[in-house]
Design a binder for this molecule. Sequence first.
Ligand code: ADP
Ligand code: MG
Length: 227
Amino acid sequence: YSQKLQLSEKTEVISQLAASVAHEVRNPLQVSRGFLQLLQERSDNIREQGYMNLAIEELDRASVIITNYLSFAKPQLDTVEILNLSEQLKHVEGMLFPLADLQGGRLEIQVGPELYVTGNAGKLMQIFVNLIKNSIEATGEDGLIKLWAYEKKGTVFIHLEDNGEGMDEMMLARIGEPYLTNKSKGTGLGMMVTFQLIDHMGGELHFNSKKGLGTEAIIKLPSASAK
Ligand code: ADP
Ligand code: MG
């Protein structure tokens, strides 16, 4: 055994442990949240309602942290297969459409049926969820988020464009650093995880952004179509 192998084995054990903890913890969090909400609705004491609100917010924060990490730390279910991009994005759209709607924005996904990439379905979902959630959070009432994709010379290009608040050059240069966030309830973990997931798929992630105008994320992934 080389030292390096032992280290990677340790990492494997730790991330498997993290994944099972994350899964196990998510359900009791949801259950507690439900009961707190019930109590909050029944209470006629303003101060009590405030405390319960705080408790609910903190539970939500724990959920967000798990969501940002979850599929990244799920190596035991890491089945790698050929994935149809448009099918995967339908799931993502179903998950995020209500959130976009809630913010008053629009999410438009236009992807042809014949684009394929190789990877783990859960991890590919996580990539899009993290990116699209950021776009939703950066846009307001007249938010427009567009996603389109095409293949060129063996590479699948996916563009995600929003007309949100954008990033200044400082932020743009640092995006992907752990704990970098401009949100009071942010974790600054989403992009770090996303960069790693795309890297593991042999791909690349680039951002263009102008403060006040919007942001474009460009994902490049090796195509899995028969050549
Ligand atoms: P979080 O969303 O928890 O803040 P992320 O790692 O997902 O953490 O994002 C890091 C930061 O990058 C965000 O807080 C935001 O400042 C910036 N950012 C990411 N995506 C966008 C976007 N589409 N528009 C504007 N800013 C963005
Ligand atoms: Mg985020």
